[in-house]
Design a protein around this ligand. Structure first.
Ligand code: BGC
Length: 312
């Protein structure tokens, strides 16, 4: 696409964004200025895991901001992770996790040899083990969690997810499409999910999850795209010292020409992963840390920052 056609397809978005943001620009800018771009350390030791993680004095100390000396984390792997371990010939839906192993490099080599498609964030290939490792195990780049092993996460190292951020104006209010998660957190979140090895691209994961979790459908979403707004670590309570979530968040801004009846939300969510789906007004309060699942408030701040840049 030439740059002129790119900018002409963006101009309705810019017009809508300007209209949406001008009355509230100062308030939003003040909230955004309060926070650094994204927390750089792991801070989420809290609630929110589907199955309770075992008690860990090291985790308790970290939660209080102390440095546990000596550091004695508790090893944990959820039963569902064990029973969903990949093995040659197992159907993909029952083999989304890695097996327990002693050395991730040897394990990945064995999986490659057996033809497993194992997804990594940002299109890294199966064999790209560019994260730090100690004694053969991946090391959480954002610090200690008090738990070793994979907890509830399937893959050793980064576990890739994708998140769609859909904005639209409703009665002069800037709104974002959110779901209430059905997991232990019951928190409001973007309608995202884990990258599936059969997804052709990571943005396709975002679109697939959007449809699955909210019933949302707009024929050609691509013309409303604001492109990726974040990729990297998510401060998720499931993270451990050896496994962590990384997401790729994409934003779309639906302009006023998208009739609201084109957007069909399944009110009760999908009943499995989501309890509800709705348009939520983007208030300064919603952008504060802790209001949304994991670091979604921080990611939303990034997306609103992008809108502010467009509207400026
Ligand atoms: C969620 C995503 C989230 C990711 C990282 C997934 O379970 O569906 O929305 O960004 O976890 O925490």
């Amino acid at each position: 696409m030439s740059s002129s056609s790119a900018s002409s397809s963006l101009s309705p978005i810019i017009t809508t964004a300007t209209k949406a943001l001008s009355p509230i620009l100062d308030t939003f800018t003040a909230v955004l200025a309060k926070y650094p771009p994204l927390t750089k350390t792991h801070t989420n030791y809290g609630v929110g895991v589907r199955t309770a993680y075992p008690a860990s004095p090291a985790r308790d100390a970290l939660k209080k901001g102390e440095t546990p000396e000596p550091y004695s984390p508790v090893y944990h792997v959820a039963d569902v992770v064990i029973s969903s371990a990949w093995a040659p010939g197992k159907p993909p839906a029952q083999s989304w996790a890695d097996p327990e192993c002693n050395d991730i490099e040897a394990e990945v080599a064995a999986q490659v040899a057996a033809g497993r498609k194992r997804v990594m964030p940002y299109g890294l290939s199966l064999t790209d083990l560019s994260f730090n490792r100690v004694n053969g195990f991946p090391v959480n780049p954002m610090g200690l969690t008090g738990i070793t092993g994979r907890g509830e996460l399937g893959l050793w190292g980064p576990n890739p997810a994708a998140d769609p951020i859909i904005f639209r104006m409703i009665n002069t209010m800037l709104c974002v499409l959110l779901i209430q998660r059905a997991d232990g957190t019951k928190q409001w979140a973007f309608p995202g999910g884990m990258v599936d090895p059969t997804d052709p691209t990571i943005s396709a994961t975002a679109v697939r999850e959007l449809k699955e979790e909210t019933g949302f459908s707009v024929e050609d979403l691509s013309q409303y795209s604001l492109d990726p707004v974040y990729n990297g670590y998510v401060d998720d309570a499931r993270n451990t010292d050896n496994s962590w979530m990384e997401t790729n968040a994409y934003a779309w801004f639906l302009t006023d020409d998208v009739p609201s009846n084109k957007i069909k939300l399944s009110e009760g969510g999908d009943g499995e992963e989501t309890l509800a789906a709705k348009w939520v007004p983007v208030t300064p309060d919603l952008l504060e840390d802790g209001r949304l699942f994991a670091s979604h408030a921080a990611i939303l701040r990034g997306a609103v920052g992008k809108l502010i840049q467009l509207a400026a």
